[in-house]
Design a protein. Structure first.
Lengths: 234, 234
């Protein structure tokens, strides 16, 4: 099923492409809906398509040998994913699953790959996003070296926090379970840390978001300037 | 000090550029020697240049808040580094230090950045390498979720192992100390695991390299198919 060109027009990565190219891509794309928890990309599958999330929310996940789920990153509407396998020609490195009901557009690899590198603007967006992912993963690697789970939670929140002039937010905040698998802790520990943070007025849930009322507290604990007292069990 | 064009000619990333571009770059580059353990790039510094290792060996490292060193990746002769900050315009994400005496060429950011995206071949090399780093970091993230240090060592060796038809090698194998900081273990634990692996004829040091004589053992322990008995203390 071809995808309306209007849908592709609204994807940030493809925004700079000529209309004739977009029209051609639209003809060759396909779209699919996924239920909550459904697997969108299998780990180890061929990177046959560059994927775009149109609606919903996805998460890149992997599993440890003892079956524990490890959360790696989130995909939000407008984002592309599956790019790693499309670019380097190896298999899909992790599972991508639907956190909520989602719609995904698939652009065949052989069609999109030459376009990615032939347009300086696309290459720049692609490289910048990959760079940010390396940054994010290196940051998360650093968090896992921290011994205290309060510090790990604060460091992870700092990594996800967007600071506006008069407020700070973690948009689409992960659940305690999702946060737990990101930082190698139990769900119970994360819940205890959140009870501590909320009782001290540091954070407050607001719908899908988390409002951070005391960014200094988060930063000081994350950096080790403030001792991370509170629940110590990992 | 300008750098001989011959030096740039031999760098894989720049190999496809026209000679006139290389001649221009050579005029604007600078070269510097670094002693063992010297810091080549400071974390948090401006990404003022794309860097190429001409001779020696470097390591990307970070430090946990309690001062423990965390090893992230190695840089070998011919490799470029410092690309993350050059690409996304933020500061250098980690320290890069000299593992041995090294020579580095610096190409100014404003000069090289437009060239990276304007040449499809360069953009492709850049994207492919960033993709592989995301892959590597995700793999390492997975290793850190493993409880048993024998399994963590085997999984890290599997990640670094290059398998030829009649032999398997980890080239320029990290020291026990370097391996320890990669996998969040103590140096003593890594040494005990290596004693175990050597006594079973699984691996053997050969100069700077590590020869893997039993790749199945490494893979089976890494994947959890074989129980990772042996030293259990992390």
């Amino acid at each position: 099923m071809p995808v309306p060109q209007l849908v592709l027009n609204q994807l940030p990565l493809l925004a700079g492409l000529p209309q004739v190219t977009l029209a051609h891509l639209a003809q060759q794309c396909s779209e699919r809906a996924f239920a909550k928890r459904e697997v969108v990309l299998q780990k180890g599958s061929e990177g046959g398509a560059l994927c775009f999330l149109i609606e919903g929310r996805l998460q890149g996940v992997d599993f440890t040998v003892d079956g524990r789920e490890v959360g790696l990153y989130f995909v939000n509407p407008g984002d592309y994913f599956g790019d790693i396998a499309v670019i380097d020609g190896e298999t899909q490195p992790v599972y991508v699953t639907a956190v909520s009901r989602s719609r995904v557009v698939f652009v065949p690899r052989d069609l999109i790959r030459p376009i990615l590198f032939a347009h300086a603007k696309l290459a720049e967006v692609l490289c910048t996003s990959l760079s940010q992912r390396v940054r994010q993963l290196s940051g998360q690697r650093r968090i896992l070296g921290m011994v205290n789970p309060v510090q790990r939670v604060c460091a992870q929140l700092e990594l996800m926090m967007v600071v506006a002039p008069d407020s700070a937010w973690v948009r689409n905040a992960p659940t305690h379970q999702e946060l737990a698998i990101m930082i190698n802790a139990s769900r119970e520990t994360v819940t205890r840390v959140f009870q501590l943070l909320q009782s001290r007025g540091v954070v407050e849930r607001s719908g899908n978001d988390l409002r951070v009322d005391n960014t200094d507290f988060i930063r000081d604990v994350a950096s080790g300037r403030k001792p991370a007292d509170g629940p110590a069990a990992a």
